[in-house]
Write a protein that binds this ligand. Structure first.
Ligand code: ZN
Ligand code: ZN
Length: 505
């Protein structure tokens, strides 16, 4: 562990003057913030949830205690904006599979659920739509496999298996044991939609003994993708008897054996479908606090220090364990860690304000997990005009440093390189170029507007977007070092004579 020159000077100064040292980011304080934000009480801080609002209130209270000024008039810390937080399930949803001899009504959340729905407040009504069986629903000419060859699905509902044939065979011409791009749900829906299909019905392929989908999750968290047509996951044991003369398992086995499509219309089989899913609009809030610059000649220019405080709540489609939807995804590393760092940077910089000639704007973003929405809204409605925003520092997942941190964005902010190196020395932390990649976090909305922005990130791990991203796995001392690095870098940017330049990509 290296002690910084600055720390040594401060200690020497204390010894001679008896002054208290300025505070530094402290692991214990960081961990307290992380524990609260990632506690079960906040239920994963999903957008549109009460837990998210409690987190916002907590962050505002911490900003206030740190000595920041509220970002808005009348002492207001909050910047509200609206987003679509999934769908609400209305009355009258249902799917009926009709055969000449029998009709079978299926219940949403028990026997089927939408994998894709187009957000709309008007219901979907399909009546008497003929059903066509299309194997695995894959059209992949490059590997000479096409379930749609010679098949008319225009105006029909297409029944397909999940996954792909020969999926465990390393010698398969369908990309060996790795899935084809055409096997993704996105591609299967596009294949059906582009041929005029009105719906896609997906059943578990027989290579999986049990139908592994959790049909109930939809009633917990209705948040399907939008692939342009309804895509319905239907329980296999409900469908199998309806197409019995085909023999679902035998068909799959035949396709698996010779990769010859066995697609065909199911004579006399139709579906009726009713979908009543309304877009769930919710107001969420960015939290904004300001430390005015200490130098009147520079204080109209600002550095934004940000991180998101929302997470994925109880899972759903943003979870990496969608089968565990319903469990709290606590998000200790993602991103209680970054918010804890933000709070500690606020506290320590406000206590040592003379080091910051330019203004610091602290922003805790909502809506990140749903597409970087909070930072997009802030960029449209900044507290300090973007023309006067000289840099942005983003902290997203900084809880597992273990000696180093990845820094993204240097390509467009190379003029910050020397400041970063000096700050990393002070923090005693290895700063490596890297990061999760463009468009992955809130710095993107600043880079897109040509503002030099750096992203601090301590790496993906097996708990990422899973219920196991919990506080005991946090490296609090490492988080304190990342916070110190960001603090020291902010101090250098705040005191520079020139503004950092944006280097075009
Ligand atoms: Zn994140
Ligand atoms: Zn995330």
């Amino acid at each position: 562990m290296r002690r910084s020159l600055r720390a040594a000077l401060v200690l020497a100064l204390m010894a001679t003057t008896g002054l208290a040292a300025p505070p530094v980011p402290e692991p214990d304080r960081l961990l307290e913030h992380i524990k609260f934000l990632s506690s079960d009480a906040l239920r994963g801080r999903g957008n549109g949830s009460e837990g998210l609002e409690r987190a916002a209130d907590y962050i505002a209270a911490q900003f206030k205690a740190a000595g920041l000024r509220p970002g808005f008039r009348n002492g207001d810390w909050f910047q509200p904006f609206e987003l679509a937080a999934g769908l609400s399930v209305g009355e009258g949803n249902g799917l009926v599979i009709r055969r000449p001899s029998k009709s079978t009504p299926l219940t949403l959340g028990e026997s089927y659920f939408p994998l894709s729905a187009t957000p709309s407040d008007s219901p979907v009504v399909l009546d008497g739509v003929p059903v066509v069986f299309a194997g695995y629903g894959i059209s992949a000419p490059s590997v000479d496999y096409d379930d749609y060859a010679g098949l008319d699905v225009n105006g029909k509902a297409v029944l397909v298996f999940s996954h792909e044939p020969q999926e465990a065979r390393r010698d398969s011409r369908l990309n060996g044991a790795r899935p084809l791009q055409e096997t993704t749900l996105y591609s299967k829906a596009a294949a059906a939609r582009s041929r005029g299909a009105r719906a896609l019905i997906v059943v578990s392929d027989p290579s999986h003994q049990a139908d592994e989908a959790n049909y109930r999750t939809f009633t917990i968290d209705a948040d399907p993708e939008d692939h342009g047509i309804p895509v319905l996951r239907v329980r296999r044991d409900e469908v199998a008897p309806l197409v019995l003369e085909l023999g679902l398992d035998q068909l799959a086995a035949a396709i698996d054996r010779d990769l010859t499509a066995r697609s065909r219309a199911l004579a006399g089989t139709t579906i009726d479908y009713r979908q009543r899913l309304a877009v769930r609009r919710r107001t969420v809030r960015n939290v904004v606090g300001v430390l005015p610059g200490a130098d009147a000649a520079k204080d109209d220019e600002a550095i934004v220090i940000g991180g998101h405080y929302d997470h994925v709540g109880l899972g759903g489609r943003f979870s990496n364990s969608p089968d565990r939807t319903g469990e709290i995804h606590n998000g200790a590393d993602d991103n209680a860690s970054g918010i804890a760092a933000l709070i500690e940077i606020a506290r320590t910089s406000a206590a040592d304000r003379a080091r910051f000639p330019r203004t610091l704007v602290f922003v805790a973003f909502a809506g990140e997990e749903r597409g970087l929405l909070g930072s997009a809204y802030y960029a449209e409605h900044p507290v300090v005009p973007l023309a006067d925003t000289v840099a942005m520092l983003n902290l997203d997942m900084v809880g597992r440093a273990r000696g180093g941190v990845e820094v993204g964005g240097l390509g467009a902010a190379s003029s910050l390189g020397a400041d970063l190196e000096a700050a990393a020395r002070d923090a005693g932390l290895a700063a490596r170029p890297g990061g999760p990649g463009a468009g992955r976090s809130d710095d993107s909305n600043f880079i897109d507007r040509r503002i030099p922005a750096l992203h601090f990130f301590t790496g993906f791990h097996e708990d990422y977007h899973r219920p196991t991203d919990d506080w005991p796995r946090i490296d609090a001392a490492g988080t304190a070092r990342v916070a110190t690095l960001a603090l020291e870098l902010a101090a250098r940017i705040a005191a520079r004579d020139d503004r950092p330049t944006f280097t075009a990509r």
